[in-house]
Design a binder for this molecule. Sequence first.
Ligand SMILES: Cc1cc2nc3c(=O)[nH]c(=O)nc-3n(C[C@H](O)[C@H](O)[C@H](O)COP(=O)(O)OP(=O)(O)OC[C@H]3O[C@@H](n4cnc5c(N)ncnc54)[C@H](O)[C@@H]3O)c2cc1C
Length: 378
Amino acid sequence: MNADVLVVGAGLAGLHTATQLARRGHDVLLADRRTTLTGAIRTTGIFVRKTLDDFPLPAEHLGPPIRRTVLYPPRLDRPVVLDSDRDEYRVGDMGPLYAAAARTAADAGVRIALGTRYAGRRDGVSLLSGPDGPLGVRARFVVGADGTRSRVARDLGLDRNTRLLVGAEEVFAVPGVDGPPAFHCVLDPSLAPGYLAWVVNDGEHAHVGVAGYADRFPDGLRRAVRRFRAAAPGLPAGDPPEDVELRGGPIPVGGLLRRIACADGLLVGDAAGAVSPLTAGGLDPCLRLSDHAADVLDEALRTGRPDVLAHYDGAALRTSFRGRLALRRGLAQVRTPAMATAAFALLRTPPGRAAARHVLFGDRSFPDAVRVPAPAVV
Ligand SMILES: Cc1cc2nc3c(=O)[nH]c(=O)nc-3n(C[C@H](O)[C@H](O)[C@H](O)COP(=O)(O)OP(=O)(O)OC[C@H]3O[C@@H](n4cnc5c(N)ncnc54)[C@H](O)[C@@H]3O)c2cc1C
């Protein structure tokens, strides 16, 4: 089979890149090993204000706006309540949201192959294994949108994620919420070593999760989630319903990778390490980097010049992650509940609250890429 571009992975990054390229008239094949995009979801789906402002996400698949964030120390006493005067977050109903994005992609002309695994590359041909057996695809460019442990990155000889957190959560329907919808974050390294435990309750669904460094969970990630859920703040009283969805997966927190493109293709989303090292938010970065990728690939396809892909430079974009990488290293050092309690004392001060507001409600997001200059006419 031939295509201008083979996109491997139909998460948000792959769907967005494929759609943008097809809209510009390119022939795009999008393959994902999942048989349905509404299953095996790996994200809580919290979209931040800047994403909601800049990308046309279908409002019917977004939960109610959240303006309140509550930060807790390990003993859950005297939490810091931060209220914004703007809508800061909305939680996506991710199954329907992925399905809607796939319909948009198909309408734009993307050929979507589900149940189709990318299995490697030989002599410039990508090897797929689908419901009808093996298939070779000769594409001008390959896009690795295949997540944190990208096989495409390996085959193209590009950088790969090495610094990872793992996260897991339980999701269930809730019968409304007492008080305003809120995002509750608990800083307790015995539950979430190196990151946070969270409850997002928007009155429609509750997400109860933990994330941290895999080798620091004393009795495993799933047990940590159950332990947290038993005493988690922000949940309705009583047992959780029987219908509980489990989600989880790795999160790259080493910052954007440096080498994310070569003459044969490029990486987007988690495959490129496009996740905030501090907040572990990857939905906004994956959409923004996918726009940049589509610009570069469009230029390369129209001009027939693969050297245009040199403008897709992770090392240049990465510089704006320095502060967040330093804060990630700081958070990783909070190893005991006593240290977390001490750090929390700082959060209660006016400068501490201001810093927390800056991180949680600030306007910073993934850096805008420099536009691709048109190649000189020879
Ligand atoms: C528990 C958890 C909670 C999170 N919560 C949030 C949040 O609330 N807000 C936020 O901003 N970020 C969050 N993140 C991060 C965010 O979800 C990711 O950064 C984002 O979803 C990455 O999208 P992606 O398209 O790059 O990757 P993915 O969504 O992982 O998509 C990769 C796709 O590639 C496919 N694939 C992989 N290998 C192959 C192969 N060999 N062949 C074919 N297909 C393949 C997979 O099936 C998958 O569909 C969370 C992450 C985790 C783990």
